[in-house]
Design a binder for this molecule. Structure first.
Ligand code: NOJ
Ligand code: CA
Length: 553
């Protein structure tokens, strides 16, 4: 690497790089395996930096790569300031960072502050210490109910199913909002707060540009007795009154983090994963807090023009309110891939569909991919940042028929096999069309790569101008060229199934949600999600146009 990388030369002048960045999420175990042990690793990612550069992303977000027993895909962290030996070393992390920066790509890491793993040194100490001890104060221990503490402190259930309390054998129970291997931390404890500041500083000093904050809405909790019932928790008590989620005090934590982030040049960025109602999202995205928050509204919406328009309007207004830019997400490691969601009838119960191995109903793959490309191109035209999930640029579908004996998601085990969980979107990427793991690694992959993934291999798509990969590359290159200020002007639509808007400079995006072609506004076509014939926007397609005279139409 030369003395000063491209990024290092320009970043100091661009503290706002994140506002309209394209961020590519890497799920490290499933991206690229450099040593053939079946587990994707940091050198594997480093080897693919030219691919990421060719794709045209601005930043990479790494899902957790820390030492972990993988009770929840790495979101059960044993040590926040190290790399899982199966994934690499700190030196290899530095090499990856340098390679990304050398290619002009920023690096975001995942911070998991709501819970540690049960193998974290603090939790081991807590288990070895008696009730009432200092070690237990870092977590949420409570005496059980009943004569001998044999009943949990409350009837709360965990996100992955089953009770949210686990007994430790001495009358006390600890809280875990997720798996039992993920004990919740006590954020009222000063040592917990200091420890995370140390961790954030550790990564920021190592040149990390930003952080994705897991479960950002749940750190602050009100555990005053008597504890609410599960029925109370499920009642509509948002807006700061819920004992476990979205409490106002959580922002004291993020204000302290922001002061740390702002000590760096450029300031470190952060994006909150906060599952809160839209009107509460701005608090997480405020400039004196994390600065940005995920908006999962498009990911939750069906294929519907009115829904998309409403979501865009609402979120751009919210972004103006917070001073942040909006975020747009169609896929991530927690949800059924969007090429498959759109291949199913609107309103399909996705969990039930997965339980049936994806057989009923059968996805209409061509339709799913057509709509996925159209939705992606629409999202990429919006003001704000776009978060892409590895493999969506290949048009990968969900793998719905993974056999039970390979499933890893705690959802599967905790639901007694009733829910399959999220492994189907975490299958390793196909780089080539041959070999047992299609170029992911050698003979092994920690989740099996279906043979028919060869159809989606990077190797094929790279040389095919019509492929989804070529389409993403064109879209990202044009976006980079056209992106200016964060504003959008709606264009009068000829039909309720057509969504059209213009960005400054005459950049126009038109999406036809309908099933027959729609008239195309003036301008020359620069990218389209489907082949264009004549002056029509194809059915279920998005077209970007450049209007030479933006005010002529
Ligand atoms: C959100 C993460 O995205 C998900 O994968 C994880 O299971 C939970 N948080 C718990 O950490
Ligand atoms: Ca490996």
């Amino acid at each position: 690497m030369t003395a000063l990388s491209e990024l290092e030369k320009t970043s100091a002048q661009d503290p706002a790089w994140w506002r309209q960045a394209v961020v590519y999420q890497v799920y490290p175990r499933s991206f690229a395996d450099s040593n053939g042990d079946g587990i994707g690793d940091l050198p594997g990612i480093t080897g693919k930096v030219p691919y990421l550069r060719g794709l045209g992303v601005d930043a990479v977000w790494l899902s957790p790569f820390y030492p972990s027993a993988l009770a929840d895909g790495g979101y059960d962290v044993d040590d926040y300031r190290d790399v899982d030996p199966r994934i690499g070393t700190l030196e290899q992390f530095d090499e990856l960072r340098a390679a990304l920066h050398g290619a002009g790509i920023r690096l975001i890491v995942d911070i998991v502050p709501n819970h540690t793993s049960n193998r974290h040194v603090w939790f081991r100490e807590a288990l070895d210490s008696p009730p009432g001890s200092r070690a237990r104060e870092r977590y949420i221990f409570r005496p059980g109910r009943g004569e001998h503490g044999e009943l949990p402190p409350s009837d709360w259930t965990s996100t992955f199913g089953g009770p949210a309390w686990e007994p430790v054998g001495d009358g006390e129970w600890y809280l875990h909002l997720f798996a039992p291997e993920q004990p919740d931390l006590n954020w009222a404890d000063d040592e917990v707060r200091q420890e995370f500041l140390t961790t954030l500083k550790f990564w920021a000093d190592r040149g990390v540009d930003g952080f994705r904050i897991d479960v950002a809405h749940a750190l602050a909790k009100d555990l005053t007795e008597p504890l609410a019932s599960q029925a109370d928790l499920e009642a509509d008590i948002w807006g700061g009154a819920h004992p476990l989620e979205d409490r106002d005090e959580v922002h004291d934590i993020y204000r302290e983090w922001r002061r740390l982030f702002n000590r760096y040049d450029p300031p470190r960025t952060a994006v909150a994963e906060a599952w809160v109602p839209a009107h509460r999202r701005s608090r997480y995205a405020s400039p004196d807090g994390l600065g940005q928050a995920f908006n999962f509204d498009l990911l939750e919406a069906g294929w519907d023009a009115a829904a998309f328009t409403g979501i865009i309007d609402k979120n751009l207004a919210l972004a103006r309110e917070s001073g942040a830019s909006s975020t747009w997400v169609l896929s991530n490691h927690d949800v059924v891939r969007h090429a498959t969601r759109y291949a199913l009838p609107d309103g399909t119960d996705l969990a039930a569909w997965l339980t049936g191995d994806g057989a009923d109903p059968r996805p209409d793959e061509a339709r799913g991919l057509r709509r996925a490309r159209a939705a992606t191109l629409l999202a990429l035209a919006l003001p704000g940042s776009a978060y892409l999930y590895q493999g969506e640029e290949l048009g990968l579908p969900e793998v719905a028929d993974l056999p039970a004996d390979v499933l890893q998601d705690p959802t599967f085990l905790r639901s007694g096999g009733e829910q399959k969980g999220r492994d189907g979107c975490r299958v390793p990427l196909p780089w080539t069309s041959h070999g047992p793991t299609l170029g992911f690694g050698d003979q092994l992959a920690h989740l099996p790569v279906p043979a028919d993934f060869g159809r989606f291999a990077v190797e094929h798509q790279e040389t095919d101008d019509e492929s989804t990969l070529s389409f993403y590359r064109r879209a990202l290159a044009e976006r980079r060229r056209l992106q200016t200020e964060e504003s959008l002007e709606w264009l009068a639509s000829p039909h309720p199934t057509v969504v059209a808007f213009r960005r400054p400079g005459g950049w126009t995006s038109v999406t036809n949600f309908g099933s027959s072609p729609a008239p195309m506004p003036a301008g020359s076509v620069i990218v389209s999600s489907a082949p264009v014939e004549g002056r029509e926007v194809p059915a279920e397609a998005t077209v970007w146009l450049l209007q030479d005279h933006p005010h002529d139409d």
